[in-house]
Write a new protein. Structure first.
Length: 120
């Protein structure tokens, strides 16, 4: 297995085990328990959100709706919490169930956004 190295600070490199590239933009919002949480970043395989008040623990399952505000598209998802950063108040969750068309739509969403921003 080849590992990518990601610079996390000026002097430290760490191995990167993520399968998919993370994006802070374009915006994606997740609705969990009737509350909207903007993502800190997202990928085709998971999300990072500031949702510490949910009181989740690693390995907890979550379910909600993923919204792409710029397109008005939304999809149901299930995920599992894989890490918690109590200092930052964020959680990272890996999707465990999401429709195939949701993944394809997310992929188009980032591609279209990158093309639009490249033209500016």
């Amino acid at each position: 297995m080849v590992h990518k190295s990601t610079r996390t600070s000026i002097s430290v490199d760490r191995l990167e085990f993520r399968r998919d590239r993370r994006y802070p933009v374009p915006p994606v919002v997740v609705r969990i328990l009737d509350r909207d949480y903007p993502t800190v970043n997202w990928s085709l395989s998971g999300i990072q959100v500031a949702a510490h008040e949910l009181g989740l623990a690693v390995a907890d399952g979550i379910a909600g709706t993923l919204h792409m505000p710029e397109t008005k598209n939304f999809f149901q998802f299930s995920a599992v919490v894989v890490w918690i950063d109590a200092q930052q108040g964020t959680i990272g969750a890996r999707f465990t169930d999401m429709p195939l068309d949701a993944v394809e739509t997310l992929d188009r969403y980032i591609s279209q956004w990158l093309r639009r921003t490249a033209r500016r």
